[in-house]
Design a protein around this ligand. Structure first.
Ligand code: SF4
Length: 686
C-alpha cells in the first residue's frame, strides 16, 4: 500500500478475470478501494497474483461506469428510472412471448455473473420465459472441453487439482500460453520446469514456455488432431502404455490403434509442419514419465474440430493411465474466464440443467419442476451461434445479454451486428458502455465482481466465495437483483431471494453440488465439486473409483484429422491466430480502464520478419488485414515468435476489431467458433 494511511476494511474475494481463481484481499479506505493484494494463505494462488488482478480496482470508479439505466428513444440511449427500464423489458418480453412464442426469446449469460446469478438466469429463462434458449460464453471457448471430457471420462471438468502440478515429472502443455492468459499457473509451470520436470509444448507460436521447453512442436494452426494421433501412434508403437489400466478401465483401444496406424511420425509431422524427430522425442518424454500431466487451453478447443482435439488429447492420458489412478496428475483444461466453468455448471446451457443434467430426461425435468412449481421445457434450446442465425431468420425476436460484449467477443462481428439489428428487443447488463450496448434497446448498469455476493468455480472445479468489498456506483446493481426485478414485473416469483438461498436450492437439485453452501465455504474455504454431501469433502481428483461414463470406463476415441475451416490460398495467403495478452483481459472493458493500458495501449499484429520483408512492411507500420469476413487496420510488430505465413493478434481493443475478421466456422459437435484459424491477406498501409 503506497498510501501510508490505514485502510478501514479488507475483504477476501475471488479475482474476476481469468479462470485460475486467485483469492485477492481488497483493501478499502473511506468507502473506496485503496489497493488489492494477493491473499497469502489462499490455496490456489499461495500469495501470488498477476498484473490484472493486482490493479483490478482501478476500473471500478472509472468516469464512464454505467450508473443509471438507459433506454433507446428516437434512436438514442437516454437515462431513465429503474422502474421504467424494468417495465419496458418485462412488457416487451411478455409481448414477444405472446406473439411469437417463448422460443423467440434468447438469453446469453456469462462468466461475469456469479454461480448464483447463472442459476437464477437459467431458472428465469426456463420458468418465466418457458424456453431452453439460454447459453453462456463457454460456447466460445471450452464447450469442446465439456463435450470431450464428458465423452472420454463422464464429467465436464478437469480431472485433477492445480496442486498436482507440483508432483509431475512431465508437462504436456498444448494450445495454451498461461504465462500471459493464466499467469499464476504459468508461474507454477515455470517453477516446476526449473525444478526438473520435462516440458513439451504444442503451440504454433513460440511462447515464453515454448522457449523453455524440451520439445516445442510448433504445429500449424488446425493440426492438433494429427499431432495427437501421431503421438498416440508412437506410444503404441514403442509400447509406452499402461496395459493393466487399458485392459481393466478403458474401451476403444482396438479402434484407436487401427486408426493411428495412419499417423506414423512422418505423416503426422508433415500435416503439422513439425519435425518427425521432435514428435518422437515428445512421445518418449511423455510416455516414459511417471506422473505426466496434460495442461491445455483454447488452442485446442477453438477449432472446427475442437471436440476431436480434446478427445485425441485425452487419449494420450488414457494410454498412459494418467487419469483416475492413485498418484496420477491428470488433464487440466485452463478455463479462460473467472466463472466460465461455473456458468456451465449452473445450467446456463441450452441442453442441460445444473450439474449437466439433461433437459431431455423426464425424471430430471420433473424433479426441477416439482421444486420450481413450473414445467421445464423439454426441447433443447439454441446455442449462441444458432441464436444469431435464428434472429436473422426472424425466429428469435429478443436477445437478452448478461455481462458479455457479444459484438466484440464473438466471431464474424458483422453477422452478430446483423442479428442484433434484426431483433425487436435487445437488452444488456454491463459495467461499461460496450459495442453490444450500441445495439441495445435497454442497457442496465451492473455491479462488478468487486461489488457482488456469491461464488465462482475456477478451472480446477473449486467453488470459491465472491464477497462485496464496496457498493456499486450510482444505482448499479447485481445481475441477481436485475433478474428478480424483471421476473417480478412479469408476475413470476423466482424464489431464492439471496445468493446463499440460490446456491442452496441448486445444491438440493444437483447431486454433485449437494454438499456446497455459502456457510460451508465461509467456514472451510474452497470446495471442489463433486461434493456430494454436507459432511463429505470435495473430490479434488476425479474417477479414482471408476469413470462417470455409462459403463464406468474411460473411452478412447478414434478420430481422424480433418483440415480446419479455412486454409491459406492465393487470395488469403496468411493464417490469423487470435489470443490474449498479459496485461489485458478479454474485451478489455475493465483492464483498459486501469494503469495496465499504459503498458499496452493498443493492439498490434505479430508478423514474421520474412513475411514483412516480402510485403515491404517495417516494424510499426500500419497494415490492413482482410479476411473473407471483414477487415481491420493494425500496427505491425515484427517477431519470430510467429511462424512465417502466420500472424497473431488479440481482441482486447474494440478499435482493432479483430473479430470483424474471424470466420463463422465452428466445432461440429459444440458450435465453438474457430478463432484460431482464419485465412487473411496482409497489405501495407491503412
Ligand atoms: Fe490470478 Fe488470473 Fe486474476 Fe491474474 S487474472 S490474479 S492469474 S485469477
Amino acid at each position: 500500500l503506497l498510501d501510508p494511511r490505514p485502510t478501514t476494511a479488507t475483504t477476501a474475494t475471488t479475482c474476476g478475470y481469468c479462470g485460475v481463481g486467485c483469492t485477492l484481499d481488497v483493501h478499502v479506505r473511506d468507502g473506496e478501494i485503496a489497493a488489492i493484494t494477493p491473499a497469502r494463505g489462499a490455496p490456489v494462488n499461495r500469495g501470488h497474483a498477476c498484473i490484472k488482478g493486482r490493479f483490478a480496482h482501478a476500473f471500478h470508479r472509472a468516469d464512464d461506469r454505467l450508473t443509471t439505466p438507459l433506454v433507446r428513444r428516437d434512436g438514442h440511449l437516454v437515462e431513465t428510472t429503474w422502474d421504467d427500464a424494468i417495465a419496458t423489458i418485462a412488457d416487451r418480453l411478455s409481448s414477444t412471448r405472446q406473439q411469437h412464442g417463448p422460443d423467440a426469446i434468447a438469453v446469453i449469460s456469462s462468466a461475469r455473473a456469479t454461480n448464483e446469478e447463472n442459476y437464477l438466469a437459467q431458472k428465469f429463462v426456463r420458468t418465466a420465459i418457458g424456453t431452453n434458449n439460454i447459453d453462456n460464453c463457454s460456447r466460445l471457448c471450452h464447450a469442446p472441453s465439456a463435450a470431450g471430457l464428458t465423452a472420454s471420462f463422464g464429467l465436464a471438468g478437469g480431472t485433477n487439482p492445480l496442486d498436482d502440478l507440483d508432483r509431475t515429472d512431465c508437462i504436456l502443455l498444448a494450445g495454451a500460453n498461461p504465462t500471459e492468459a493464466h499467469p499464476v499457473v504459468g508461474a507454477r509451470i515455470k517453477q516446476r520446469v526449473l525444478s526438473g520436470a520435462r516440458l513439451v509444448v504444442v503451440d504454433p507460436r513460440r511462447t515464453e514456455l515454448a522457449a523453455l521447453a524440451d520439445v516445442h512442436l510448433q504445429a500449424s494452426p488446425g493440426s492438433n488432431v494429427a499431432v495427437f494421433n501421431g503421438l498416440a501412434h508412437l506410444l503404441i508403437d514403442e509400447d509406452l502404455l499402461d496395459h493393466d489400466f487399458l485392459d481393466q478401465r478403458t474401451t476403444g483401444f482396438a479402434e484407436l490403434a487401427a486408426l493411428v496406424q495412419d499417423y506414423p511420425p512422418d505423416v503426422a509431422a508433415e500435416i503439422a509442419a513439425v519435425r518427425a524427430a521432435d514428435l518422437i522425442s515428445a512421445a518418449r518424454l511423455f510416455g516414459r514419465a511417471h506422473h505426466p500431466v496434460i495442461v491445455y487451453g483454447l488452442g485446442i478447443t477453438e477449432h472446427a474440430h475442437g471436440t476431436d482435439g480434446v478427445r485425441t488429447l485425452a487419449n494420450l492420458a488414457i494410454l498412459r493411465g494418467a487419469v483416475g489412478t492413485p498418484g496420477c496428475c491428470g488433464i487440466l483444461p485452463l478455463r479462460g474466464q473467472n466463472n466460465v466453468q461455473g456458468a456451465s455448471d449452473m445450467g446456463a446451457l441450452p441442453d442441460v440443467l445444473p450439474g449437466y443434467q439433461p433437459v431431455t430426461d423426464p425424471a430430471v425435468r420433473n424433479r426441477f419442476a416439482a421444486l420450481w412449481g413450473r414445467a421445464v421445457p423439454e426441447r433443447p434450446g439454441l446455442r449462441i451461434p444458432q441464436m444469431f442465425d435464428a434472429a436473422i431468420a426472424g425466429e428469435v425476436r429478443a436477445i437478452h445479454v448478461i455481462g458479455e460484449d457479444i459484438v466484440q467477443s464473438d466471431p464474424n462481428a458483422t453477422h452478430v451486428r446483423a442479428a442484433l439489428r434484426s431483433c425487436d428487443l435487445v437488452v444488456c447488463h454491463d459495467v461499461f458502455p460496450s459495442r453490444t450496448a450500441e445495439h441495445a434497446d435497454v442497457v442496465l448498469p451492473a455491479a462488478s465482481f468487486l461489488e457482488k455476493d456469491g461464488t465462482f468455480v475456477n478451472f480446477d472445479r473449486r467453488f470459491q466465495r465472491v464477497r462485496p468489498a464496496v457498493a456499486p456506483p450510482g444505482s448499479a446493481t447485481s445481475d441477481f437483483d436485475i433478474l428478480h426485478r424483471i421476473a417480478n414485473a412479469m408476475g413470476i416469483d423466482l424464489g431464492c431471494r439471496t445468493p446463499s438461498a440460490a446456491l442452496a436450492e441448486c445444491a438440493s437439485l444437483t447431486p454433485v453440488f449437494a454438499g456446497v453452501s455459502h456457510q460451508r465455504l465461509d467456514a472451510e474455504g474452497p470446495l471442489h465439486w463433486p461434493c456430494r454431501a454436507p459432511d463429505r469433502p470435495g473430490e479434488a481428483v476425479l474417477h479414482l473409483d471408476g469413470f462417470a461414463t455409462p459403463d464406468g470406463r474411460a473411452a478412447l476415441a478414434a478420430r481422424p484429422y480433418l483440415p480446419p475451416g479455412e486454409q491459406p490460398d492465393g487470395e488469403f495467403p496468411h493464417l490469423l491466430i487470435t489470443g490474449r495478452r498479459l496485461v489485458h483481459y478479454n474485451t478489455g472493458s475493465m483492464t483498459r480502464r486501469t494503469p495496465n493500458t499504459e503498458l499496452l495501449p493498443a493492439e498490434t499484429l505479430e508478423l514474421h520478419p520474412a513475411d514483412a520483408a516480402h510485403l515491404r512492411v517495417v516494424d510499426g507500420a500500419n497494415v490492413t488485414v482482410t479476411s473473407r469476413w471483414g477487415r481491420a487496420t493494425l500496427t505491425a510488430r515484427l517477431t519470430r515468435d510467429v511462424a512465417p505465413g502466420q500472424v497473431f493478434a488479440a481482441f482486447h481493443f474494440p478499435d482493432a476489431a479483430i473479430n470483424d475478421l474471424t470466420s463463422p466456422h465452428t466445432d461440429a459437435a459444440t458450435g465453438c467458433p474457430e478463432y484460431k484459424v482464419t485465412a487473411v491477406r496482409i497489405s501495407p498501409g491503412p
